[in-house]
Design a protein around this ligand. Structure first.
Ligand code: FAD
Length: 421
């Protein structure tokens, strides 16, 4: 394949994995990225410990891709969780399975892994071209880039697009690829926030205006709510229910427990204009225990100190009750106990995709063949977060991005083989 030249656009985990597989197969690989360096989101993920993949069994793992699991399964057949761990090990980075099943590099860092990866890619002949922003194709259908030296078209035997989603655009993934692809007849589902925070709708304290009261926002934005449970409709007649923690923000809520429910909450808002997150502020106590404690005579003690001493309920949890309940409900033991176990938090909107961890929507699976080649543009392949799938946090994003990069590389090789026949 040495005479074959492949252009890859996007130096995130998907594009880098495609580069690795193609250079190993003997192709000349040129990788282009709009930013001054590659892997910026990968490095940011390292700030959270770099959750590379997950140790759970294969059936559970693939179920994390929800409606898209049938499409993602063949990707994971190419590179699964163990494959990702073996790949890291081969780069000299050992991994471990944390108590939650999440898999991290032993040093919890992304930089050493990225450094070793780039070293191996360069040694394998991959050429990196930074500050090259892909803007579509020229009249001769050559990929076209904006560079500091002006516009530039390139020639390649195949093109892999691995341009990421639209979250954290300052790291390079802006979603600006949507229009050039749509203009060439490629179906792209609207990009939407995934693993995102939400704005609260009006609370009893805000007289109909959306968001927290000024008092709550000023005092409690950034404060965690730990050991709570969140319940919401799963959109199929059932319920999502999970224990965990999240954070109050200036306008609503965010954090791991909210992210886990975020696809369901986002879709409920799309369907109904609003979603409700039901919070259990004391998931380790039964409703009877909570009611008994709330009803217990409190003598001269204030309600706040009563709740603190009998239920260890204080800080943000207590403030949330005062924010969400009327004064009458706060002083009605049955209503208060019910709210402690099932506080309805109305949510009006997902936070913008720019703030989200990842992106839903993207290039439709129907627009690609099984090798990830665009049906409308033979020789052009797509990989990573720019494709229309989503997954919760837990290592599922990086694994699928890398796996899809490997699949696109395989697709390119198959395309060359077919052309040579
Ligand atoms: C804060 C944060 C923490 C995260 N932590 C984790 C985690 O622990 N585990 C996990 O599994 N996932 C995590 N993720 C998600 C994960 O990082 C992404 O899903 C993954 O990086 C997507 O890979 P990708 O290769 O598809 O795209 P990206 O990593 O976004 O890379 C796309 C590349 O394309 C380039 N590009 C875009 N447009 C153009 C253009 N027009 N021309 C040229 N280049 C272009 C960009 O500059 C970028 O380098 C996290 C995300 C965030 C924001």
């Amino acid at each position: 394949m040495a005479h074959r030249n492949v252009a890859i656009v996007g130096g995130g985990p998907a594009g880098l994995m495609a580069a690795e597989r193609l250079s190993q197969a003997g192709c000349q690989v040129d990788l282009y990225d709009a930013m001054p360096s590659v892997g910026r989101k990968f490095l940011l993920a390292g700030k959270g410990g770099l959750n590379l993949t997950h140790g759970e069994d294969k059936a559970r793992f693939v179920s994390r891709y929800g409606e898209r699991q049938a499409h993602v399964q063949p990707w994971l057949d190419m590179l699964d969780a163990q494959g990702v761990r073996d790949w890291a090990q081969a780069l000299g980075i050992a991994t471990f399975v944390g108590s939650s099943g999440r898999v991290f590099p032993t040093d919890m860092k992304a930089a050493p892994l990225l450094r070793a990866w780039l070293h191996r890619l360069r040694a394998g002949g991959v050429r990196l071209h930074m500050r090259h922003r892909w803007s579509g194709w020229d009249d001769a259908m050559h990929p076209r880039f904006e560079t500091p030296d002006g516009a530039r078209s390139i020639e390649a035997d195949a093109l892999v697009l691995a341009l990421g989603g639209a979250s954290w655009p300052r790291l390079g993934s802006t979603g600006a690829w949507v229009e050039p692809l749509r203009a060439r007849g490629v179906a792209v589902a609207p990009l939407r926030p995934a693993n995102c925070g939400f704005d609260v709708a009006a609370t009893p304290r805000t007289a109909g205006a959306p968001g927290w009261s000024a008092h709550f926002a000023e005092r409690f934005a950034g404060q965690p709510l730990k050991s709570v449970a969140l319940r919401c409709d799963d959109g199929q007649g059932g319920q999502f229910l999970r224990k965990g923690e999240f954070v109050a923000t200036a306008t609503g809520i965010e954090g791991s427990l909210v992210y886990a429910a975020s696809a369901l909450l986002r879709e409920q808002i799309a369907r109904e204009g609003q979603a409700t997150a039901w919070l259990d502020l004391l998931p380790d106590r039964t409703p009877e225990q909570v009611l008994g404690a709330v009803r217990h005579p409190r003598g001269a003690r204030s309600l706040s100190s009563h709740l603190k001493s009998r239920l260890s309920l204080d800080g943000t949890k207590l403030a949330l009750l005062y924010e969400m309940l009327t004064p009458e409900a706060m002083h009605d033991p049955a209503a208060l106990a019910t709210a402690i176990k099932a506080l309805p938090l109305p949510l009006s909107a997902a936070r913008p995709v720019e703030e989200a961890i990842s992106t839903a929507g993207g290039v439709a699976f129907d627009a690609m063949d099984s090798t990830s080649m665009l049906k409308a543009l033979p020789g052009v392949f797509c990989a990573g977060e720019m494709v229309d799938w989503e997954a919760p946090t837990g290592g599922y994003l990086l694994t699928a991005c890398m796996a899809s990069g490997a699949v696109a590389a395989q697709g390119v090789l198959g395309h060359f083989a077919a052309a040579g026949r």
